[in-house]
Design a protein around this ligand. Structure first.
Ligand code: 26Q
Length: 819
């Protein structure tokens, strides 16, 4: 149990004092928001005490620090996890209850910083939690978006997007660090001048944007280490000049200010999809340039100008390609600002950067138009050209005369800057996020790179922090585990496997089941409160929650539900275990087909609700606005975890791990980390179906897949498909899903039909579902599976992932623990 000098009485006194001083209120007449702020700032006070010590410690030890650069950090709420890490949540709960305050109400007041789309951003957040908990010195670096991912509402079965203004009431966890504010330059041109025989490059006539950092302390579990998430905010160097008001220049000045500040205004809502937008490029350069300037400034403060040791003191991790411009930016600063030569700078850079790839989806790989980069970042562009020239010369030696191959590997070719190629060429490590993904990177996506530089490639399977995704979101299960196997697993999560024998302990299973029931009731309350929908906790809870994307195949799930509906309606003797299917998914606002899938799911929900017999067995609930906080209620309540991506497409998945840890059984394909999950639990404790990744690859190569054949021979599929467009789902407008229907059967505009093999895998999925349904009816069997899933989930703790990253890539020394 974490220890602290902050006991119950001092917490109480502190809360009362803060309300008095800041708001002039007593607890009785303070608003919920004021109470939240007061409670949060008592937590913050304790963090600050530690933060101070941690900073001193860093100055003294001068140890190597990791900078984890990511355009997304999907942090979720902080207060509960901070309490958990600092003291015990129980002390707070008691203190609040003695003040007549319900802690859960207070926790709900915290706005959730949704500074991420999905998996990649949430992974970054889990990594920060583990880094601090393992005492590894690190700083996360990102953009302080004024608006995070949009809030989703469902209106008439369709997604509507609303802005997420999470900063409206201020952010208790951050502080501006004005000393570290710096300038970022865009546009202009570069002059080359000779000075004493040395060529210098001078950037002129640029536009300046000011970067202001806001730091958020990241506390580890029961440790003195406090790391930082640094969020850069864009500001115009121009202040509104009242003098210009009268001269009519006021509007112009305001426009200029807006142009600068728009850079950190909003998070792009595309997930696994790239669009070459100028503002997005500005965002990426903005935060990487500010970060690199800070890294060098901090390095010089601690180590002077001895840049040769920089790779021993700094490691920069690039979370996917989005922060890739950090590479030429570091070259620029070392050469233009610090006066190093190219070779020296390049050697340092290549020992400092590491890159993780998170997707093999071709449409997500970043390629920027050369002209855009040249105009926006003229000096960086020159550096990219030189990197490219040297890299292509090296490739020419490896593959003489093979222009096409070199063109594909080049940093600049065919009028585009290829950021993934840049990252591979200039990093010392390139890694995938699961075994299978790592293999695909080596064998396919980056095949030619692997021939030339095989030593760079590795795969480290993703993980999730068990502190948030078990201890914080499922306190009852945490207690049950404690009572069975003690506390050691909290620091060494792999020890959760000691729980395995308890799968055969009837009394333990009973308690496990009770807890699941409580969590189902908690979810039922949330659904009732938020959406007015009544769900029966006696039903099986089956969930698919993740971004909406064709490759994730929410369609497979939805079509199967429609088939179940038909079985019930067509055959009076048909029965099944009653089941609620929950969906949680945001669609990128411009992704038409994804939005149609949301319409399909919602129409399905109404269709079932209208049929008296169908609704005895089936219910479909589309949860609005799926975010981290919703996941924290949804996942502990789920019994079935749907992980249906077309094999080879999901790099890892991390939701799959969260469900498993909370005792849900997976039905899924051999894709991403499902492969490792199946290895951990064994094939008897997971429902695997569908084509394997190599078969999928062959099917793409052979180009002879014809879903129409399946449609013609499989009556159940034919009926369900027909219902998509015959008015069954949309009586008033049968054509709503026309495009979706066509994409599955015919393909459009010359593209392949059913490119993610929904129809192809349907039969196998449906069979797996039959087995699952039968097993669920056997309570003992089912609960054993559930317990084994939790017991074997320890390796998916991000602590294991971070240890692997550290042992093989970062080589950071843990900070000593202060007394
Ligand atoms: C790129 C350029 C321009 C605009 C947007 C983007 C962009 C934004 C987000 C590209 C990709 C993403 C997000 C990718 C992502 O979340 N990938 C997921 O990463 C997880 C963590 O490794 C994996 O578990 C998932 O399998 C993978 O899909």
């Amino acid at each position: 149990m974490p220890t602290t000098s902050f006991d119950k009485e001092s917490i109480k006194a502190s809360i009362i004092g803060k309300l008095q001083r800041y708001n002039g209120r007593t607890i009785q007449d303070a608003s919920q928001q004021q109470i939240y702020k007061a409670v949060a700032s008592t937590v913050r006070d304790q963090i600050m005490q530690k933060y101070l010590i941690a900073r001193e410690e860093r100055k003294a030890t001068k140890s190597k620090r990791l900078y984890y650069l990511s355009v997304e950090f999907l942090m979720g709420r902080s207060m509960y996890c901070n309490m958990l890490n600092l003291v015990s949540t129980d002390v707070y709960r008691e203190a609040l209850s003695e003040l007549g305050i319900n802690m859960d109400d207070v926790l709900r007041e915290e706005p959730e910083p949704g500074l991420g789309n999905g998996g990649l951003g949430r992974l970054a957040a889990c990594f920060l939690d583990s880094l601090s908990s393992l005492d590894l010195p690190a700083m996360g670096c990102t953009i302080r978006y004024e608006y995070g991912l949009f809030r989703q509402k469902i209106v008439d079965g369709q997604q509507v997007e609303l802005p997420d203004s999470w900063l409206d009431n201020g952010n208790t966890w951050e502080m501006a660090v004005m000393d570290d504010a710096c300038e970022v330059h865009f546009g202009g041109h570069v002059d080359t001048v000779e000075e004493d025989g040395v060529t210098r490059f001078i950037h002129r006539d640029y536009n300046t944007v000011e970067a202001v950092p806001y730091d958020m302390p990241i506390v580890g579990y029961d440790t003195t280490t406090v790391n930082t998430l640094r969020m850069w905010s864009a500001r115009s160097p121009k202040r509104i000049d009242l003098g210009s008001f009268g001269q009519g220049k006021y509007v112009q000045a305001t426009e200029e200010i807006e142009l600068a500040e728009v850079i950190s205004k909003v998070l792009y809502p595309e997930d696994n999809h790239y669009e070459g937008k100028l503002l997005r490029l500005k965002q990426q350069y903005f935060f990487t340039s500010a970060t690199l300037q800070y890294i060098l400034k901090d390095f010089k403060k601690l180590h002077g100008n001895n840049f040769a040791i920089l790779p021993d003191k700094v490691c920069i991790h690039i979370n996917d390609t989005h922060p890739g411009l950090a590479i030429p930016e570091m070259m620029r600063l070392l050469i233009d600002q610090e006066g190093l030569g190219w070779d020296e700078a390049s050697a340092i850079v290549q020992k400092t950067f590491a890159y993780t790839n998170h997707t093999i989806m071709a449409e997500a790989l970043e390629k920027w138009p050369e002209a855009m980069v040249k105009q926006l970042l003229p000096r960086v562009y020159q550096i990219l050209e030189e990197i490219n020239r040297r890299f292509c010369a090296r490739l020419w030696n490896e593959f003489p005369g093979q222009w096409e191959r070199i063109g594909k590997m080049a940093v600049i070719s065919y009028g585009q800057v290829n950021i993934a190629n840049l990252c591979i060429a200039m990093s010392f490590s390139v890694n995938g996020v699961s075994q299978l993904h790592g293999e695909i990177l080596k064998e396919e996506t980056f095949h030619d790179f692997n021939l030339v530089m095989p030593e760079k490639f590795s795969a480290i399977t993703n993980g999730i922090t068990h502190r948030r995704w078990l201890m914080s979101c499922n306190p009852e299960l945490t207690e049950l585990i404690r009572s069975a196997i003690g506390d050691k697993w909290i620091r060494e999560p792999e020890l959760l496997h000691e729980l395995k024998p308890f799968a055969d302990d009837a009394a333990f299973r009973q308690k496990f089941d009770e807890i699941k029931k409580h969590n189902k009731q908690r979810l039922a309350r949330l659904v009732k409160e938020r959406q007015g929908i009544v769900v029966d906790p006696a039903f099986m809870f089956d969930t698919q929650s993740k971004r909406l994307h064709e490759y994730k195949r929410q369609m497979l799930n939805a079509l199967h539900i429609l088939v179940l509906y038909n079985r019930i309606v067509n055959d009076e003797s048909f029965t099944m275990e009653p089941r609620v299917f929950f969906f949680g998914a945001k669609a990128s606002p411009g992704y038409y087909r994804a939005k149609q899938i949301i319409r399909f799911i919602n129409a399905l929900s109404s269709l079932i609700a209208k049929h008296p017999r169908a609704r005895k067995y089936l219910q479909v609930v589309f949860l609005e606005n799926y975010d981290v906080s919703t996941a924290e209620v949804l996942i502990p309540a789920s019994e079935v975890s749907e992980q249906l991506s077309t094999a080879s497409k999901e790099a890892s998945g991390t939701g799959n791990m969260k469900y498993m840890m909370n005792g849900a059984v997976t039905i899924g394909t051999m894709d991403g980390a499902n492969v490792e999950i199946s290895e951990q639990v064994g094939m008897d404790n997971i429902y695997i179906f569908g084509m394997r990744s190599d078969t999928v690859r062959d099917m793409y190569r052979e180009r002879n897949y014809n879903p129409m054949q399946i449609y013609e021979t499989n009556q159940e599929i034919r009926q369900a498909m027909t219902q998509m467009i015959d008015g069954t789902l949309f009586p008033d407008n049968a054509a709503v899903l026309q495009d979706l229907y066509h994409s599955l059967l015919l393909g459009d505009y010359g593209s392949m039909a059913d490119p993610y093999f929904v129809l192809k895998d349907f039969g196998s999925y449906s069979m797996a579902q039959r087995r699952l349904n039968a097993d669920y009816a056997n309570r003992d069997k089912w609960l054993k599976m559930a317990v084994i899933n939790t017991a074997m989930s320890g390796v998916f703790s991000s602590d294991r992932t971070i240890r692997e990253y550290n042992d093989t890539i970062w080589h950071l020394d843990p900070l000593p623990r202060a007394k």
